[in-house]
Write a protein that binds this ligand. Sequence first.
Ligand code: HEC
Ligand code: HEC
Length: 269
Amino acid sequence: MKKLSARRRHPLAAVVVLLLALAATGGLYAAFAPAGKAQADETAQSLAIDEGKKLYTVGCASCHGTGGQGTTDGPSLVGVGSAAVDFQVGTGRMPAQQPGAQVPKKPVIYTQAEIDQLAAYVASLGAGPITPTDKQVDPAGADVAKGGELFRNNCAQCHNFTGKGGALTKGKYAPDLEGVSPKHIYEAMQTGPQSMPSFPDTTMPEQEKKDIIAYIQTVNGSESASPGGLALGGLGPVSEGLFAWIFGLGALVAVAIWVAAHTAKAKKS
Ligand code: HEC
Ligand code: HEC
């Protein structure tokens, strides 16, 4: 009895009791907690959001606000969705540098893993279009002819018939679509960056987006395989007309000069 109470007063006794209690709680938690894949995914997701928030605070908050609410230098990101972040940061448009008519593409400064974290954070602020999966954007087996028709009806007025791009009003422009990845094409349609309208799945279902991607990829390989001869940049009637003016008129001018030179010589002699 005396021995036990002596031990109880030992300076380390409190520490030992605390450790035992912690071990017991930990054991109970481990025994009863629902340890499964769902929980692991959730932990990974909240980790990604945390990491994304750190990256966001450093690189984006100055323009988009500390909680994504927006400032005078950048719009609110609440509800733009992970697809918008994946597109904007993945094509190097964001982080924007100086104000201008249109934020241009630049070399990408974040890794894909960091972009995913930024996207996870922004998606946590409010529901919006979700980054598509590889399967969703894969144009294999899509209908190229249908894609061409959809492209001419919905996209050609800005991006030109074969996606070569063109100027818009107020210093804005629709970019050339050559070399843009299927994922970024899909996301551009989902989110409608800057002056481009968006084509959500409700108005343009996944299959139609795939058909369009297939069409863009087909015409982009067409320069070397143009059936009618030189593609002249694929710009349509404008460049073809310009070709006729420069070479046709050029030939006429050359003939006129030749004739003039020869009549001058004939007069002298
Ligand atoms: C210098 C200011 C600036 C910085 C820094 C910046 N942005 Fe932006 N951001 C803008 C402006 C201005 C726009 C609106 C023009 C546009 O749509 O491209 C914009 C647009 C966006 C959009 C599109 C919103 C929509 O409605 O579709 C996203 C997404 C975005 N930014 C994410 C980011 C992320 C993520 C970062 C950090 C890596 C970042 N931005 C850094 C200024 C900035
Ligand atoms: C009203 C004009 C307009 C229409 C219609 C339009 N776009 Fe765009 N598109 C733009 C503009 C402007 C941009 C540049 C936006 C930016 O830089 O943020 C753009 C950007 C894009 C990009 C990103 C290109 C890159 O270099 O990263 C893709 C892909 C794209 N558009 C595809 C399409 C498709 C497919 C359609 C039809 C379903 C379409 N667009 C319809 C104006 C338009």
